[in-house]
Design a protein around this ligand. Sequence first.
Ligand SMILES: [Zn+2]
Length: 215
Amino acid sequence: MSEMGTPRRRATLVMFSAGIDSTYTLVRLLQETDDEIYAHHVHMVNVENRHEVEARRSRAIAEHCMKTIRKFHYSETSIDHRNMRWFGYDIISVGFEAGIVAHSFHMARKRPMDRWTIGTCEEEGHDEERFAHVLAACAANCYPTPPPAFFLLPLIPKAEEIAYLPRPVVELCWTCRRPVAQADGPPAECGTCKTCKLMLKIRAERGTSTADAEK
Ligand SMILES: [Zn+2]
């Protein structure tokens, strides 16, 4: 309860990439909890050059969900590793930025963020041992306050995540790791990266064509 005696809603941070997994996580939490939701998108700027299309899709999904589901907080920050040969692990940057958002929330609201999450699916899983480094990166940016609790929704296959999402939202998702620049118009999916291969398989099973939200 707050000082005013009104129940305090749980504040939940969703690290949001505009891919299927994190979009599913965001939509599910919006639809099935009363939490105060903070969705945060990180521009992962590197030689893969997918940050521009991801940012457009991220904003479009946020706008659509606010109109059709409910209002939530949306923010963005950037990590730019273009000058380095090694562009780092995205998931470590996600943890680092989650700590920035959580600490900022604490400063603004005079209370800690309650919990945070990411998107993943049954196929991609969750490597607890590796994720310890992500939690450490988040904790480092919350210091000296303890970091928010990390949680995951139950992992389900990507096809089930897609089936759960409203169709216009699925079409706004961006999944390719290495978008191919086109002379006229938006980038195309590469068709060969890890997530493209998985998406091709899922789309074939569902009998749908490629994502075409920008065509
Ligand atoms: Zn691809």
